[in-house]
Design a protein around this ligand. Sequence first.
Ligand SMILES: N[C@@H](CCC(=O)N[C@@H](CS)C(=O)NCC(=O)O)C(=O)O
Length: 222
Amino acid sequence: MASATYSLLIGSRNFSSWSLRGWLAMKLTGAPFETKLFNFHTPERAQIAQASPSGLVPALNVTRAGQLPFMVWDSLAIGEFLAEAHPNAHLWPEDRFARARARSVSAEMHSGFAELRRTCPMDIMARPANHALNDETKRNVERIQHLWRECRQVYGQDGDFLFGSFSVADCFYAPVVTRFVTYGIPLDATARSYVEAVTSWAAMKEWTQGAAHEEELRKKSA
Ligand SMILES: N[C@@H](CCC(=O)N[C@@H](CS)C(=O)NCC(=O)O)C(=O)O
């Protein structure tokens, strides 16, 4: 998009799974952007209510010359907006059916897997021992592995990600990948390879380094 500057509001990198989705989508565009962090463990957290229309992160500030400032909030809306604003970055798959499937799996993540989210919150740097899963969480994990297998088998030939190359769908499942690692959840071979691919993604490494740094500071000040 011509002459837009971006500022993405995010929460603490170690914990804010929705922020990670929006931030990865922003990285996929290749466009420069500023990141405005609201630390969840300081009074900054209360400022999110003023900074973001929904009172939640992520939210994206878009500034264009001669136009009023504009905000997009909610990770899915941010992904869709960026896909339209940066068509050459191919944030969704080219093929209409692959694209519809990518939207379906992203939407399923966006509105689902509540028990996995509740019982295994994102905590990138933690490695809790013997974290038992309840039956509903196990069903969530099974469903995610099923849809990863299907995406990889049907659409994944051209790369290591759900639809071959990176897409918004990978941004949406990246926080799940961190949960599977944090809680040491046993996975099938396809899921293990996919976890490896996402973990090795340069943007994911950058976010994880940020999470490690923030956690170090948090623990020092605790
Ligand atoms: N559906 C929203 C969910 C956003 C959300 O719940 N964000 C959490 C952080 S991960 C938040 O901002 N919480 C405010 C707080 O914890 O103070 C999205 O996709 O962006």
